[in-house]
Design a protein around this ligand. Structure first.
Ligand code: XLS
Ligand code: MG
Length: 345
């Protein structure tokens, strides 16, 4: 089988200006044109879009206006030869989503979340992608007594069903994360996401996105999550990054904290052939360190891409024969050092 020729992707939010909960931006934000130019210049082929990345201030605009702007964006990206990897409804900013989207305790707000998701599907259609990513940011609780966990699952499935019914071709890719902004999320892992998929009206069209940091925050190995999702044919997008332990979501450059885990993720990607099918991109959901100067603003993305490609070489040149012999001999001590030497070499 020919080797995968990987294609890379990021979202406009990944060129972030440096704000955190404790301080303001440290770089003057750049406009979309600049971000697009950077994407092309640095060897990326596709962009991810939240609905309001595609159409800013989306809630203040009518559907004809949204449609017009989405069509203009599509024309522009086609002209530049840039693919649109996915659209994701941003259901964690609006006042209607303070208590969650699909699992809000207020029925009006649940309707808002579903309508906005259907509108995102219509935008995805205009932009020419059949992938709707659902990061279920606020679908959880600060205190568990605030919601009924059983009802929350029913509400999530009801929302997924409404989206699947709205469009016969759309595929939903759930991006699980166990916590932050919530104390606990209702679909914290890939296993939960794929189990929930089976409660929907069309399980074939409900899959997942793995983000390395989100898996790590759940105490899981991102490489295992990749293998698990691929066993179901459900890995429909991949957000590679890194995370140093169980703390706030860091979105570090790929391989920044744990190079060996990054190597294992690349091996999992390689053995499952992710990236071979049309529309499969390696996305980096990374943010620059707050200290980053404007002139180095793309480094977290270009470094992640470079690290990924270097690790592809490492995965392809790994001494599989010796590894297999060591596995046969149950000499995992030597296998461990084989990996370390290979990475150091
Ligand atoms: C945040 C998520 C988000 C999604 C897209 O943690 O990773 O950026 O990837 O909505
Ligand atoms: Mg992500």
């Amino acid at each position: 089988m020919p080797a995968t020729k990987y294609r890379f992707c990021f979202g406009p939010w990944n060129i972030s200006p440096g704000q955190d909960p404790y301080g303001p931006p440290t770089r003057v934000d750049r406009d979309f044109d600049w971000k697009l130019a950077q994407l092309k210049k640095h060897g990326f082929e596709a962009m991810m879009f939240h609905d309001d990345d595609a159409v800013p201030d989306i809630d203040s605009k009518s559907w004809p206006q949204i449609q017009k702007e989405a069509k203009a964006l599509k024309k522009r990206l086609d002209g530049e030869g840039i693919a649109i990897e996915m659209v994701a409804p941003r259901l964690w900013f609006a006042p209607e989503t303070i208590d969650g989207g699909y699992t809000s305790n207020d029925p009006k707000h649940r309707r808002y979340a579903i309508e906005r998701s259907k509108q995102s599907i219509d935008i995805a259609n205009i932009l020419g992608t059949d992938l709707l990513v659902l990061w279920l940011a606020r679908e959880g609780t600060y205190i568990r007594e605030a919601k009924n966990g059983r009802r929350a699952i029913d509400q999530l499935v009801e929302a997924f069903d409404a989206m699947l019914a709205h469009d016969k071709k759309i595929r939903l890719a759930i991006e699980p994360k166990p916590n932050e902004p919530m104390d606990h999320a209702y679909l914290p892992t890939i296993g939960h996401a794929l189990a929930a998929a089976h409660l929907t009206r069309d399980p074939k069209r409900v899959g997942c996105v793995i983000e390395s940091a989100h898996a790590i925050l759940a105490g899981l190995d991102p490489a295992d999550e990749i293998d698990f999702a691929c066993a179901f044919g459900k890995l429909w997008s991949l957000h590679l990054n890194d995370q140093n332990g169980l703390k706030y979501d860091q979105d570090r450059p790929f391989g920044c904290t744990n190079l060996r885990s990054a190597f294992d993720q690349v091996r999992a990607v390689e053995r499952n052939g992710y990236g071979k099918r049309a529309g499969e991109f390696v996305c980096f959901d990374v943010h620059p360190f707050r200290t980053t100067k404007e002139e180095h603003w793309m480094a977290h993305l270009t470094n992640s891409r470079q690290t990924f490609l270097r690790l592809v070489e490492k995965a392809r040149s790994f001494d599989e024969k010796t590894a297999a012999a060591l596995i046969k001999d149950r000499d995992y001590q030597a296998l461990d050092q084989l990996v370390i030497e290979h990475l150091l070499g």
